[in-house]
Design a protein around this ligand. Structure first.
Ligand code: A2P
Length: 275
């Protein structure tokens, strides 16, 4: 398990990031991101549809952390699919956040219209060519969505961000991405805190003397994923990042793997958006 993950673009991505989905726009997100940067987070994951890009950008700018040291991702919402729209929407994300470039931009979901999806991908390719964004990828894409995109893409997606945790492991999807060299980011790595007291998880946490949330972040890392735990509380943010001084044994991992139940805590476009 390492602290940085290499990307096909030659850049690196810190292996644990802060999620800000459902961090309220305004002071809550600003304080969460500023606090996280002070605690040592160097990777922030936002999206146009979260409505908090401006707060993320302002916190990054105000933090005093050199811009080069922070990895900022945003996502293009499906309303902005199509070439011109997607490219313009990356420019608006930059304008809102007050950042000169984004480290990563993702298509937020496949969307219902494969033609506009393909156009949006060309928009991200153009944004990358213009230096607006360093690395481009997708989110909530199935292997079939990726295979279809790759038929027309000049640049292949470097990242696929999907919901993954022990209750929803998406083993085939993760293996398919790995085979293509695509980095898989795990959103809701804590399963939205819905199952933190599940006995097998609690037992592992107790044995290691860490919290269930720490076990989940560590499980994600040991699976080769890039977890993006969300919290607006400094104590939780700190412990969610404090996952490099213990490790899960093969038995611990097996116990957690046994929790699989296909639990989708979010919305599942992989299941609904046409290929
Ligand atoms: P909060 O932001 O109030 O801390 P996920 O990343 O899987 O989507 O989970 C996010 C949810 O888990 C949020 O409700 C967050 O609440 C909560 N959470 C984050 N970190 C912890 C933690 N260490 N212990 C308990 N709950 C947590």
């Amino acid at each position: 398990v390492s602290r940085e993950v290499a990307l096909p673009t030659g850049f690196t991505m810190p292996s644990v990031g802060l999620g800000v989905y459902r961090s309220a726009p305004g002071q809550e997100t600003y304080a969460a991101v500023l606090g996280a940067l002070r605690l040592g987070y160097r990777h922030i994951d936002t999206a146009q549809v979260y409505g908090n890009e401006a707060d993320v950008g302002r916190a990054v700018r105000d933090s005093g952390v050199p811009r080069e040291e922070v990895f900022v991702t945003t996502k293009v919402w499906r309303d902005a699919f199509g070439f011109e729209h997607a490219l313009a929407s990356v420019r608006s994300s930059l304008a809102r956040s007050g950042l000169a470039y984004l480290d990563c931009a993702l298509l937020h979901c496949p969307g219902a219209d494969p033609g506009r999806r393909e156009g949006a991908w060309r928009g991200l390719e153009a944004a990358q060519a213009q230096g607006l964004v360093r690395t481009i990828g997708v989110s909530n894409f199935s292997p079939a969505h990726i295979a279809k995109l790759n038929r027309t893409a000049a640049v292949k997606p470097a990242v696929n961000q999907v919901e993954v945790h022990p209750w929803l492991q998406r083993r085939e999807l993760v293996a398919a991405c790995r085979a293509e060299g695509i980095v898989v980011q795990a959103y809701s790595p804590l399963g939205k805190a819905a199952r933190l007291s599940d006995p097998p998880l609690a037992a592992v946490a107790q044995r290691l003397g860490v919290s269930p949330a720490q076990v989940l972040v560590r499980w994600s890392l040991q699976k080769g994923l890039v977890p993006l735990p969300k919290s607006v509380h400094p104590d939780r943010q700190a412990s969610n990042l404090d996952v490099f001084s213990f490790s899960l044994s093969p038995e611990d991992v097996a116990a957690l793997d046994g929790l699989e139940e296909g639990l989708v805590t979010g919305w599942d476009p992989v299941a609904h958006d046409p290929v």
